[in-house]
Write a protein that binds this ligand. Structure first.
Ligand SMILES: C[S@@+](CC[C@H](N)C(=O)[O-])C[C@H]1O[C@@H](n2cnc3c(N)ncnc32)[C@H](O)[C@@H]1O
Length: 271
């Protein structure tokens, strides 16, 4: 198996996901924390609230993680029945009920039983992406909406370059193996093709931004949040994170800041 294929398999490995990467909310929170320094700032839960303005009834947040979207929806839309669902029991521990542990690939819901489904930054983790999208469409009532989100293939490429340089330095070669990419299996570029197999009307909302840092700590927190996939990196993980921090600090000393370009997006899909 190629290094990329091994990394892709590990990104969708249910044991790694439930018992390590998302055993609790720590790694997810560390990875998300870098967005505090992004301009413009986007209120992501607010965007979902906006997208669900015409929805009534039941909303299922598939792969809800630490419940950021579930809690905001319950606060802003108390009229909705919002259910959180995740593969990991641990990450659901602090979210108010109703929540359930289940696999997005086999949803414990009847056909046409849910008014809206959220699949936010999670479809790149499922083994069979196409089958899961059919499964999401199956449980949606006619007229229901799926809101998916992911990142572009170009998202945070400065961190990819930083990692490859640091990994190369650790290994004593010009450029080391690529950083594990989570979103590439279902990137913003690939998502419409997958979604079009089950949905007709697909609207994309792109969210470009720039993160500008004058301290390498948020980069360290972000890179270190991939620890669950350390065995797939092909380079000693912690040494590479430390070397990346040194290179980022050097860039900040010379240029005044370390800039990272971001591109994420939402896809609102109807059958
Ligand atoms: C990157 S986090 C996103 C969390 C949240 N949706 C958000 O956007 O903040 C991915 C989440 O999907 C969950 N997940 C991964 N594969 C899953 C599957 N097959 N079924 C249900 N949840 C899954 C993980 O446990 C994790 O909590």
């Amino acid at each position: 198996m190629s290094n990329t294929a091994q990394q892709d398999a590990a990104v969708a490995d249910k044991a790694i996901l439930a018992n390590s990467a998302y055993a609790d909310g720590r790694h997810l929170a560390a990875r998300q924390s870098i967005y505090r320094w992004q301009q413009p700032q986007y209120d992501l839960p607010g965007i979902v609230v906006e997208e669900l303005a015409d929805t009534s009834g039941t909303v299922l947040d598939v792969g809800c993680g630490n419940g950021k979207f579930v809690s905001r929806l319950r606060k802003d839309r108390p009229d909705l029945q919002v259910v959180g669902m995740d593969l990991s029991a641990g990450i659901l521990a602090d979210i108010e009920k109703p929540v359930l542990v289940a696999d997005a690939q086999a949803l414990p819901f009847a056909d046409n039983s849910v008014d809206a489904v959220l699949a936010l930054h999670m479809l790149y983790h499922v083994g069979d992406i196409a089958a899961t999208i059919k499964e999401l469409a199956r449980i949606l009532r006619p007229g229901g909406v799926l809101i998916a989100s992911t990142n572009s293939d170009t998202d945070k490429q400065e961190l990819d370059q930083l990692w490859a340089r640091a990994a190369g330095d650790v290994l004593g070669i010009p450029e080391g193996p690529a950083r594990v990419s989570l979103s590439s299996r279902f990137s913003l570029e690939k998502a419409p093709g997958y979604l079009a197999t089950a949905f007709k009307d697909i609207r994309i909302r792109k969210l470009p931004g720039t993160i500008e840092l004058t301290d390498p700590a948020p980069i360290v927190a972000h890179l270190a949040s991939y620890e669950a996939w350390a065995d797939q990196c092909g380079v000693p993980f912690h040494d590479t994170v430390s070397r990346a921090a040194e290179f980022a600090a050097a860039t900040i000393a010379i240029e005044g800041s370390f800039k990272i370009t971001c591109l994420g997006g939402f896809l609102a899909c109807r059958v």
